[in-house]
Design a protein around this ligand. Structure first.
Ligand SMILES: Nc1nc2c(ncn2[C@@H]2O[C@H](COP(=O)(O)OP(=O)(O)OP(=O)(O)O)[C@@H](O)[C@H]2O)c(=O)[nH]1
Ligand SMILES: [Mg+2]
Length: 340
């Protein structure tokens, strides 16, 4: 097959998008990646394949953990590099000057993703009772290598796009999001300054800010009360989603609710460091809302898909099938933006 070089019969356009995952320990990075296969296949438009054995194994094992075992992946150890190709179609204008037409063109995104344990991102010398980490990253599957915060910052800095996961549930309990965020951000800015890649005060990266755990009652109810929810008419189950133009407002609302309001400082810091047209907010859930076996549509009276484990304290279990919300979309947006 010919490549996209010719206007007449374009072949697959492949874009390498190096994407970093950044988020505090327990913010849901691994679960986000674990939900990716289901998100891709449920979209009906895309497909995904591992570029190497480790990445194939990751997807297979983590999908199994979420869907058959109905539990969340374990805490990440070390650092792991994963690489997947997301395959789909886009539209392109082809033809000569007089015979222009739009036709579908295969589009492949190669996502190189770095997953690191949150504990590697120690932006502080103080010890937290559980973890003090900030992560960046991508995930385990047993095969993670060690690594140090410097290496992670280097890797994140070299990404085209960054998915930053903000966990409002954790922030509500700990109120320390800004402390972690600032440490990573300052280091990335420092690197960019040294490399000469700063554009004025802005970093060159695209940033997808993902509010995680939309299915959590606190997050869901906040979005509901503020009237930020909508449903995609094309979704047969009519699962609620946060209106695209309200995701950023939800971020601030959730920041307001946290004891330290530190997420508001994160919001301000994002504005200070990233160009406005390079940032987009998403409200995500890796597992989505519960759908009873006999039900065809979402029911607000019975929406929780994550419940405490019946026997293991502090553990959670997944009640039903997973229906990821805005897991694929941030990656597609980053892929699209970096393609331009
Ligand atoms: N309700 C809900 N809880 C989630 C979701 N995703 C993750 N969680 C919870 O958050 C916990 C941590 O998720 P992980 O994916 O392990 O987070 P991580 O950022 O990879 O954490 P580290 O590997 O320790 O850095 C899980 O064990 C779940 O209890 C989600 O979509 N909804
Ligand atoms: Mg993890």
């Amino acid at each position: 097959m010919k490549t996209g070089a010719t206007n007449e019969r374009p072949g697959p356009m492949t874009k390498m998008a190096k994407i970093g995952l950044w988020g505090a320990s327990g913010s849901g990075k691994t679960s986000y990646l674990a939900a990716l296969f289901v998100a891709v296949t449920q979209s009906g438009k895309w497909n995904i394949g591992g570029a190497d054995q480790e990445s194939v194994d990751f997807l297979t094992q983590k999908t199994d953990t979420l869907t058959r075992q109905r539990r969340f992946p374990s805490k990440t150890e070390g650092i792991q590099n994963l690489s997947w190709t997301v395959m789909g179609e886009t539209e392109q204008t082809v033809g000569g000057r007089w015979r222009k037409r739009v036709e579908p063109v295969p589009l492949h995104f190669q996502l190189d993703i770095l997953d690191a344990a949150g504990t590697l991102f120690k932006g502080t010398t103080e010890d937290d009772e559980t973890d003090s980490g900030i992560d960046l990253g991508f995930n385990d599957i047993g095969g993670g290598t060690g690594g140090d915060p410097e290496e992670l910052i280097d890797q994140l800095s070299s990404c085209d796009g960054i998915v930053y996961l903000f966990d409002p549930v954790r922030e509500n309990k700990k109120g320390d999001e800004f402390r972690h965020f600032q440490w990573v951000l300052q280091n990335i800015v420092h690197r960019a300054g040294g490399d000469g890649t700063l554009d004025g005060r802005h970093l060159p990266h695209f940033l997808a800010v993902c509010i995680t755990k939309l299915d959590d009652p606190k997050v869901f109810h906040t979005a509901y009360r503020r009237r930020y929810l909508t449903a995609d008419p094309g979704d047969p189950h009519l699962f609620p989603r946060v209106r695209e133009d309200k995701a950023e407002a939800l971020f601030r609302e959730l920041g307001n609710l946290s004891p330290t309001r530190s997420a508001l400082m994160v919001h301000d810091a994002i504005k200070a460091s990233f160009a406005p047209d390079r940032v987009r907010y998403f409200a995500t859930s890796s597992v989505g809302f519960y759908l009873a076996r006999t039900a065809t549509r979402f029911r607000a009276a019975n929406f929780q898909n994550v419940v405490p484990h019946p026997t293991q304290e502090q553990e959670y279990t997944i009640r039903g099938d997973i229906h990821p919300i805005n897991v694929l979309e941030p990656l597609l947006w980053l892929g699209e933006m970096t393609r331009r």
